[in-house]
Design a protein around this ligand. Structure first.
Ligand SMILES: *Cc1c(COP(=O)(O)O)cnc(C)c1O
Length: 365
């Protein structure tokens, strides 16, 4: 049996009837940039995230860049980022002219902590970007007071955490700006690129609306040098349909995660840990294995497709060669990059596929 890592075609098929109606209506509306479909999605998504405002943008990387711009982070500034995140978190900082300063995560949760932030402080640090990695929320209840005490702006990278909760409250406005990706493989994925930002702050929301649209509120009047980074209305129409099933689809992921956690409890694999006070959304189910690459190859022989998030830490990428950071500077991120493996998980995964992953993994460890 072949078990795909994630079956996007099956996800599409489940929504096709309703989604195609919504997208066709959008195509036939004659409105192709921003407009009613984007506004409808923004309203629904803000309310889903328990935030006052949502701003649709072109992708998750731009959501981060625009948020940094809206908070006036730029050349001369430093921004704390996790050492073990997807490289987009770092790139957004670099592209604003600021310098990413890596913070090692907590080994159990893979997320940065309030203590880690405090220990990493240095002159010039203006902001921190906690990432809710793998759909496991960072401890915002502990991070926010420490960030405020240190005078830091907080931008959350929630690209993997649609629907998650920290301290009983949805991820969406704990920090100053919360950044979302609607990349197809994300829990709330579009049919192409898409992104968004949620916030409770009316001034940040207003600035973001300008910045995503050439710095313009009124056509041909440009208040500041913005980007062209707008959520596409057809994608917004699709996302509005998908948002309605997001909780149910996240619950299916949680069911698979619960089965894996039970089935692998006695295997010696290092399993994901859910911190107290958070509700994860299981974007990924990431385990650690000391001989990761051989384990992947043997699972592949049995038809079980896996991925690695991420095989090379940002500091070790050629793109960050000039920063001169070595694996010895960030030993945990380096070790995680060698040991993590993401098992198949997704809302359309069948019980038989889940059984197959369980028996393949149990046989191999
Ligand atoms: C996917 C992702 C991004 C970037 O999103 P894009 O829409 O692909 O630009 C940023 N950060 C994290 C943690 C992600 O997983």
């Amino acid at each position: 049996m072949v078990v795909p890592f994630l079956d996007l075609k099956a996800a599409y098929d489940e929504l096709a009837a309703e989604a195609e109606g919504a997208m066709l209506a959008s195509l036939r509306s004659g409105w192709y940039i921003l407009g009613p479909d984007v506004e409808r999605f923004e309203t629904a998504f803000a309310s889903y995230c328990e935030a006052e405002y949502a701003i649709g943008v072109a992708n998750g990387l731009d959501a981060l860049r625009l948020s940094l711009m809206a908070l006036d982070i730029g050349p001369g500034d430093k921004v704390l980022v996790p050492s073990n995140t997807y490289i987009a978190t770092w790139l957004a900082v670099s592209q604003c002219g600021a310098v990413p300063v890596p913070v090692e995560p907590d080994e159990a949760t893979h997320n940065i902590t309030a203590e880690g932030i405090r220990a990493a402080m240095q002159p010039g640090v203006k902001a921190v970007i906690p990432v809710h990695l793998y759909g496991q929320p960072a401890d915002m209840g502990a991070i926010m007071p420490v960030a405020r005490e240190l005078g830091l702006k907080v931008i959350e990278d929630a690209a993997q955490a649609h629907g998650a909760r920290s301290g009983g409250r949805r991820i969406g406005a704990h920090g100053d700006a919360v950044c979302w990706s609607f990349y197809p493989g994300k829990n709330l994925g579009a049919l192409g690129d898409g992104g968004g930002i949620t916030t409770d702050d009316p001034e940040i929301a207003d600035r973001l609306r300008l910045l995503r649209n050439y710095g313009s509120r009124e056509k041909y009047r440009n208040e500041e040098p913005g980007l062209n980074s707008r959520l596409d209305p057809v994608q917004a129409a699709f996302l509005s349909v998908k948002l309605r099933v997001l909780d149910e689809w996240n619950a299916r992921r949680a069911g698979i995660a619960a089965r894996y956690l039970y089935a692998f409890a006695d295997t010696g694999l290092i399993l994901p840990q859910v911190a107290a006070g958070v509700d994860p959304v299981w974007h990924l189910f990431v385990v650690r294995h000391p001989e990761r690459d051989a384990f992947i190859a043997r699972l592949a022989e049995r038809g079980v497709q896996t991925l690695v998030h991420y095989p090379i830490a940002p500091h070790a990428q050629a793109a960050y060669g000039p920063m001169g950071l070595s694996d010895a500077d960030l030993p945990l991120a380096s070790r995680l990059a060698r040991e993590v493996i993401s098992l198949p998980i997704g809302p359309q995964m069948t019980e038989a596929q889940c059984d197959e992953v369980i028996s393949a993994v149990r046989e191999l460890v």
